[in-house]
Write a protein that binds this ligand. Structure first.
Ligand code: NAD
Ligand code: UD1
Length: 340
């Protein structure tokens, strides 16, 4: 039987590219659709080196209905994994319409094009950010959703639209995957995350301090009600996440329905724990300074991944030391990302 083709929107990006590896390893043929607004087409050559085949890249936008009709009509896709979207919280506050257009409108165009083409299996990149500030951790999927910014609300709106679609047309097979904090890189060091400009997130910032691109890490507050006073998050290795997508796809193939699942480790790590683990990985002390709290930050949260384990048979296997070691390998080998 021919290998099933999976359309991976946003597949040139950080999580999408790692998922292309996991898909290829599981016997699927990933086809990337990406407008490259936050990625680099040279990722394909790296994917070729890891998997032995170069994924096809369709350069275009998920909001382009005519393009989607052409793509979905031209070959038989068994499923779509939808990563394409924008994800910077601050930008979403500055440009809510742009965020709703890309994340919400883009998802609606995609789902209706899938419907027309008869492709009804969809894995959607949601985020733990839909929970907002949780009442307690670990957070189960049943916790209230109170997203605190336009980015988070855009993810929640898509979740609700897809749940309504699945209700009205029960043949759909949909997984809404709520990621906690994805970090790390493929263990080859050939693909990884390369944020444009100054990174907002902790791990890419730590990487740039370690490699000497930034002078020091500013710890955003050490007076939180956490064991060491710094913020606590559920960091999850991007290859564990990638494998979670394959497990979600296999689950969706087995049965129609809607699954809403946390993908995290179930364990929180503080900023200082991340810094110490990274120091072990790179073998040098990282200059740090404590600054004020970052506005909008939650003191601590981590996910309850037990439903994903029970439903998909998936759990995160890679620990913080491996997340740091793999991030460091990628950063050292590729200080300019995919550019020479
Ligand atoms: P990323 O920016 O590396 O990847 C997103 C990809 O989508 C990029 O390659 C970008 O060029 C592409 N893209 C954006 N808008 C598009 C459009 N309209 N049409 C076609 N392509 C488009 O980000 P990522 O970290 O890999 O995130 C992937 C998904 O996971 C996003 O939807 C994001 O919101 C979600 N997510 C990410 C995180 C995280 O911390 N990285 C956490 C939770 C959820
Ligand atoms: C941020 C986003 C969230 C998104 C997530 C993706 C905000 C408010 N939230 O969350 O919507 O889903 O990224 O992974 O932007 N820290 C420092 N110094 C730094 C950077 C971060 O001390 O230079 C601390 C933060 O205060 C926090 C922890 O590190 O305690 C993790 O921060 P970050 O990587 O930005 O992730 P989130 O805050 O969870």
């Amino acid at each position: 039987m021919a290998s099933p083709h999976v359309l991976v929107t946003g597949g040139a990006g950080f999580i999408g590219s790692h998922t292309c590896v996991a898909l290829a390893e599981a016997g699927y043929v990933p086809v990337i659709l990406d407008n490259l607004c936050n990625s680099d087409a040279r990722v394909r050559e790296r994917l070729q080196r890891i998997t032995g085949s170069t994924p096809r890249l369709i350069e275009g936008d998920v909001r382009d209905r005519a393009l989607l009709d052409r793509v979905l009509g031209s070959e038989a896709f068994s499923a779509v994994i939808h990563f394409a979207g924008v994800k910077a919280v601050g930008d979403s506050v500055a440009d809510p319409l742009g965020y709703y257009d890309n994340n919400v409108h883009g998802s609606l165009v995609l789902a209706s094009a899938m419907r027309q083409a008869g492709v009804r299996t969809l894995i959607f990149s949601s985020s733990a950010t839909v929970y907002g500030e949780p009442d307690h951790s670990p957070i189960p999927e049943s916790a209230p959703c109170r997203p605190a910014n336009p980015y988070g609300r855009s993810k929640r709106m898509v979740e609700e639209a897809l749940a309504d679609l699945q209700q009205s047309e029960p043949g759909w097979r949909i997984a809404l995957l709520r990621y906690f904090n994805p970090v790390g890189a493929h263990e080859s060091g050939l693909i990884g995350e390369h944020p444009q400009g100054k990174p907002n997130n902790l791990m890419p910032f730590v990487c740039q301090v370690a490699v000497g691109l930034r002078e020091k890490l500013v710890i955003h507050g050490d007076d939180y009600p956490t064991p060491d006073g710094t913020g606590v998050r559920d960091y999850v290795h991007v290859m564990d996440l990638a494998e979670g997508h394959v497990a979600a796809l296999r689950h969706a193939e087995r049965q129609p329905g809607l699954a809403t699942l946390n993908l995290g480790t179930g364990r929180g790590a503080s900023v200082l724990e991340v810094v110490r683990a990274f120091e072990r990985a790179c073998g040098r002390p990282l200059p740090c300074e404590v600054g004020p709290r970052r506005p909008g930050d939650v003191p601590a949260y981590w996910g309850d991944p037990s439903l994903a384990q029970a439903t998909l048979g998936w759990r995160a296997r890679r620990g913080l030391d491996q997340m740091c070691a793999d991030s460091w390998r990628w950063q050292q080998g590729n200080p300019n990302g995919y550019a020479p």
